[in-house]
Design a protein around this ligand. Structure first.
Ligand code: DX5
Ligand code: ZN
Length: 219
């Protein structure tokens, strides 16, 4: 069963309450929130106040994808804002073991993300501690980018690794996921698909787009 995590970044913030209710009604599994600092990634998005608002506006689990330098400094703040899963980037968290422990200490699920150009081996020593491994399928920072084909190989490799060492860990992909790419990442072994512009950005609305994405997955 493939799970879908709509990315709030692509929503209309003026209608955010309505949009996340529609996502929940359509059957979304969780809400994905992209926090960007203009340092680790070129773009700036939103922070704790929006996470708090979404937490209040939905009963779905919320995951925060922190695309920020020194993410360990903000684990507590995002935990308090109501995130259920906190995802940090390996590239900006040199003491990853400690960061994961801190996330768990706050009673949250721990996720680690890696960029397309980062080899999966960097997660090798912490695999057993992870609740979620996020493979970026675009360079982080913006919605609406094209899926990078070579990441399929990494998804397959990570699937094999997790099957062997931590089958309970979720394998999530993020970026360029739409009805053409979704079945391919699922076939490669991804189990949670983040999708922003393909859902919230659809001209005929979220519900119709969600139906198309599910149909592409054969469900
Ligand atoms: C990219 C973000 C993604 C983004 C995905 O840096 O991490 O979560 O919202 O957007 P789409 O689905 O439009 O590629
Ligand atoms: Zn994301």
């Amino acid at each position: 069963m493939i799970k879908v995590a709509p990315s709030v970044l692509a929503a209309d913030f003026l209608k955010l309450g309505e949009q996340i209710r529609e996502a929940q009604a359509a059957g979304a599994d969780r809400l994905h929130m992209d926090v960007m600092d203009g340092r680790f990634v070129p773009n700036i998005s939103f922070g704790m106040p929006l996470v708090q608002a979404v937490r209040r506006g939905s009963t779905l689990p919320v995951e925060t994808h922190l695309m920020i330098v020194e993410p360990e400094r903000y684990v507590e703040a995002f935990a308090q804002a109501g995130a259920d899963t906190i995802i940090v980037h390996q590239e900006v968290s040199p003491h990853l073991d400690r960061t994961i422990q801190v996330i768990k200490h706050h009673g949250k699920r721990a996720g680690v993300a890696i960029n397309p150009s980062t080899p999966i081996e960097v997660l090798g020593e912490v695999l057993e501690q992870l609740d979620l491994a996020l493979l970026m399928t675009v360079n982080p920072g913006f919605g609406g980018q094209h899926f990078l084909e070579y990441t399929l190989r990494k998804i397959r490799q990570m699937r094999a690794l997790l099957d062997r060492r931590n089958p309970a860990c979720e394998l999530e992909v993020d970026g360029g996921i739409e009805p053409h790419t979704a079945p391919r990442v699922a076939e490669a072994g991804a189990r949670v698909l983040v999708a922003g512009s393909a859902l919230f950005g659809a001209a005929d609305g979220f519900t119709a787009a969600y139906g198309r994405l599910q149909a592409s997955l054969g469900s």
